[in-house]
Design a protein around this ligand. Structure first.
Ligand code: GAP
Length: 450
């Protein structure tokens, strides 16, 4: 993990947030390369789940919504973590996390009384000072803020803790404006906020993060069919972005481990350096959300199937990925160290679909001829691919820079290029080099980046 964090900071993927003021715990800023990587993932996700299909549309709803949304959805009453305090040193912990660490069980979702019992029976004490714990109590994770200019009588609103509710409250708008027919999905990417009791492990658990979510609306009787279909498609997504099958685990949750709204949940775990942990939650939310919003708002949120002459509140299948966790997973999945001629080589095996840059272009000499040819190619290719031009330092250093940020192909212009109009193309993963005619470069790259 230390190697990944060091690479991410060194190469400008991620920076500690508010670093010049000593940092804000569990908050991270994306640097130039991290931002490129993040946007490439978002674009690829939209291509894979939205524009290459006919049945999923996009939405971008607001972060601040009426507090009635969170009352109806159950977040005001149910969206909490089980909190315990050490009676001696006053440090706060999540009871389920402590139980998972100490007893190696899946404790998320257990009742507070059951966690109290397990802590007592197993004589679990504070890992900092050995003190005893308070009883487990609920800590609501939504951040609150106040609307309006007067703090005292302003309206309390919440920063959204999931993007999903923005989709449910727009269900009727989308039905009326988009001519969608069941089965159909609504996809959304956006920032969410959770006041986590214990965060950490770099960008694995943060207070502010982004989600990639889809709510796929279906006829209740087809729930199992579409759950399985969308899960299979999700498996393809992970292979499409280069995540190894062996790094993923699909774990079905018991009834007492599932969120209150869920009829069935499969957590998709990734093999992080600190163990297999949740990367995506994949749930059948039933008709819970639309029913609750319909009851609370008084608006009819039924779907009327004209052909089958049926009217029902749809069930919904929800794949929900944490984008920041996916970025950490991709860094872990792609990180490689090997020894070449007695020297350590670090490279990042990122899919060309996601890597910040796809091509590096290096002129070996700045003689007004070789660098001009290199710049000409750069200026041509940059409108089609993500290209970086680098004319500083030794060729070895330039390769190392691009290897570490995951650039799959590097093109070098040397003295011989002046004679034969050919360049050397080096592959990031194998370090193999081949000479290609400049005239053929575009079609060569096309064949690499399919
Ligand atoms: N709408 C469903 C939902 O929000 P969730 O399991 O609470 O479900 C979905 O969250 C995903 O969001 C998780 O699988 C995880 O990848 C990510 N996530 C949750 N809490 C997070 C946090 N504090 N920091 C980073 N990512 C988080």
């Amino acid at each position: 993990m230390d190697n990944i964090v060091s690479l991410a900071k060194r190469r400008g993927f991620l920076f500690q947030s508010s670093g010049i003021y000593g940092g804000l715990a569990n908050s991270w800023d994306y640097g130039p390369l991290g931002t490129l990587l993040k946007n490439n993932i978002k674009n690829e996700w939209i291509k894979f789940f939205v524009t290459s299909r006919d049945d999923i549309v996009l939405l971008d709803s607001s972060i601040l919504q009426s507090s009635k949304v969170w009352e109806a959805s159950g977040h005001v009453d149910h969206f909490h973590d089980p909190l315990i305090d050490c009676l001696k040193c006053k440090k706060r912990f999540r009871a389920d996390q402590i139980l998972e660490e100490k007893l190696n069980i899946k404790a998320e979702g257990l009742k507070n009384e059951d966690m109290d019992k397990l802590i007592f029976e197993n004589n679990i004490k504070c890992e900092v000072c050995g003190g005893s714990f308070t009883k487990v109590r609920n800590f609501n994770m939504m951040f609150k803020t106040t609307l309006g200019s007067l703090e005292d009588n302003g309206e309390t609103v919440f920063l959204r803790p999931e993007t999903a509710q923005g989709i449910f409250i727009n269900f009727d708008n989308i039905l009326k404006s988009s001519r969608v027919k069941i089965p159909f999905g609504v996809a959304q990417i956006g920032k969410v906020f959770r006041n986590e009791i214990t965060a950490g492990n770099f960008i694995f658990r943060t207070l502010e993060f982004e989600q990639l979510e889809i709510e796929y609306f279906i006829n209740p009787r087809d729930a199992d069919k579409y759950f399985d279909e969308l899960l299979k498609y999700t498996e393809k997504w992970y292979s499409h972005i280069g995540i190894h099958k062996k790094n993923l685990k699909y774990v079905e949750l018991d009834e007492n481990q599932r969120a209150h709204y869920s009829k069935k949940t499969i957590d998709i775990y990734f093999n992080f350096p600190f163990g297999f942990k949740e990367l995506e939650s994949f749930a059948n939310r039933g008709d819970y959300d639309l029913t609750k919003h319909s009851q609370a708002s008084g608006k009819n949120l039924n779907y009327n199937d004209q052909e089958k002459r049926e009217s029902f509140i749809p069930f919904v299948i929800e794949p929900s990925i944490g984008l920041d966790r996916l970025i950490l997973a991709l860094l872990v999945n792609g990180y490689r160290e090997e020894e070449v001629n007695g020297r350590k080589r670090i490279f990042l095996k990122l899919s060309h679909r996601l890597s910040p840059y796809q091509i590096g272009i290096f002129p070996l000499l700045k003689d007004g001829k070789i660098d001009k040819m290199a710049l000409d190619l750069y200026n041509l290719l940059k409108f089609k691919y993500r290209v970086v031009y680098d004319d500083a330092g030794s060729i070895g250093k330039r390769y190392r820079r691009q290897d570490e940020i995951g650039t799959p192909k590097c093109i070098t212009f040397d003295v011989q290029t002046l004679d034969d109009n050919m360049v050397t193309v080096r592959d990031r993963d194998t370090t193999e080099q081949e000479r290609i005619k400049i005239a053929d470069i575009d079609s060569y790259l096309d064949s690499c980046f399919i």
